[in-house]
Write a protein that binds this ligand. Structure first.
Ligand code: AMP
Ligand code: MG
Length: 417
């Protein structure tokens, strides 16, 4: 949703709720279309671009789920115990077709094909062997301990839908159905830079008035996904020309550009001015979120632009709440990430209403229903790094809540996934 008239940006204009801002950020990107073929070995963490087709049934043949004896339940009618001569042996990997002679049993091992004529496998622990004879006291029901051909997946069906992340078990499923290569979306190109004349990289000496750059390494870590290809444009001084040139270049070279700092309406905040001069459209300018109010999402030169606040905690929260869902859509991911857990407050807190607040929390006990009992870390100061570093999650406090009381249910988001 473009807002062409954004000369008023920053100071005036409607403030969006966090959910509305997230929706706008998501609406501002189109899902990835370009795909590349990869062997399964190289596809971990990539996004499935088109549904592959299972080449074989999984499992490809009826097989034993246990080590034991293949029998026919027809031979075990009436009253037991029954004595069946052991007439053969079949192990996993035997490719000849075994046959069960009526009135006998076949020694069988897990994964071996079921001999024709057999319809159950008796676990070896449940049977007694007397030399070449099997003694069965309890007749098995038909189909016991048999894994049926195609019970997991059928040949010709897609084992996974498009837009799913290729995790280790999903790669195993594709391999099991005989698929050697997959079509994945190409990596999302993301450009990153930090703004602030006060910033130094750790390792360089710090002069009075300077601070070390926390956002760069944090955002690089948050963006370290197999489906992202990151270009780091480093630190930019608070210089309008340099910021504008980097915005233009990064937007031309990437699908998404993320910056930190410089998005407020102060004189040393040049991002909004640079975006205006680059004919950007702005979708999100002000969000009722704490921390993280100065936040910009828009489009510039075909790329999504996300201007995160400079304070590291604010940058982290706005990244995870607003930027991340848009990045996932842009990369072609369709799975909903809904990973919050129910918890209860272990603290009292009087607060100013109007903004949804994200509070770093930890816990060392759970209540009778298994919910974490939350302790609040720090005072939520968005410039502090220790609270978030020691947090186990972020509690969400809704805008209209003037008071949080001990025992009150709260939602906890996992820490920055
Ligand atoms: P800004 O959004 O540029 O006004 O910055 C807000 C606050 O965050 C200021 O105190 C900055 O010094 C601080 N800040 C900005 N960028 C970073 C960064 N990359 N690492 C740590 N602190 C930062
Ligand atoms: Mg700044």
């Amino acid at each position: 949703m473009a807002q062409p008239d954004f000369c008023s940006a920053g100071k005036t204009g409607a403030t969006l709720s966090v959910d509305a801002a997230r929706l706008r950020a998501v609406a501002a990107v189109a899902p990835m279309r370009e795909a590349e073929d990869l062997p399964l070995d190289l596809a971990l963490g990539r996004v499935l671009a088109s549904p592959p087709t299972a080449r074989v049934d999984l499992p490809p043949f009826d097989n034993a789920a246990m080590d034991g004896y293949a029998v026919s339940t027809r031979d075990l009618a009436g009253d037991g115990p029954w004595r069946l001569p052991v007439s053969g042996r079949v192990a996993a990997g035997d490719t000849r077709s075994a046959i069960l002679q009526p009135g006998t049993a076949v020694r069988i091992f897990t994964g071996a094909p079921i001999p024709s004529g057999a319809d159950a496998v008796i676990m070896q622990e449940r049977a007694r062997r007397d030399s070449d004879t099997l003694i069965v006291s309890d007749a098995p029901r038909a189909a016991l301990n048999i894994r049926r051909r195609g019970e997991d997946r059928r040949a010709g069906e897609p084992p996974l839908p498009c837009g799913h992340l290729l995790t280790a078990p999903r790669l195993a499923l594709l391999a099991g159905t005989g698929i050697p290569r997959v079509s994945t979306f190409r990596k999302l190109r993301v450009g990153l830079f930090s703004t602030g004349s006060e910033l130094q990289e750790p390792g360089s000496p710090l002069q009075h008035g300077q601070i070390y750059n926390s956002n760069r390494v944090m955002l690089r870590a948050l963006l370290a996904q197999p489906w992202i290809e990151l270009t780091d444009y480093g630190i930019l001084r608070d210089d309008a020309g340099a910021i504008r040139a980097t915005i233009r270049r990064a937007a031309e070279e990437n699908d998404v550009v993320i910056s930190s700092g410089g998005v407020s309406a102060g004189e040393e905040d040049h991002i909004l001015d640079a975006l205006r001069r680059e004919d950007a459209t702005l979708d999100v300018l002000k969000v009722a979120i704490r921390p993280g109010k100065p936040l910009t999402v828009g489009r510039v030169a075909g790329a999504l632009y996300v201007g995160l606040p400079g304070n590291p905690y604010a940058a982290a929260v706005t990244f995870s709440q607003i930027a991340q869902p848009a990045l996932r859509k842009a990369a072609g991911l369709t799975e909903i990430q809904d990973t919050w857990i129910p918890a209860v407050s272990g603290f009292d807190y009087d607060r100013a209403t109007g903004r949804r607040e994200y509070v770093p929390v930890t816990w060392d006990r759970r209540d009778g229903m298994g919910r974490p009992v939350l302790q609040r870390l720090g005072r939520g100061a968005s410039a502090s790094l220790s609270p978030i570093a020691n947090a186990r999650g972020i509690a969400v406090i809704e805008p209209d809540m003037p008071h949080v009381s001990e025992g009150q249910p709260l939602r906890v988001e996992p820490l920055l996934e």
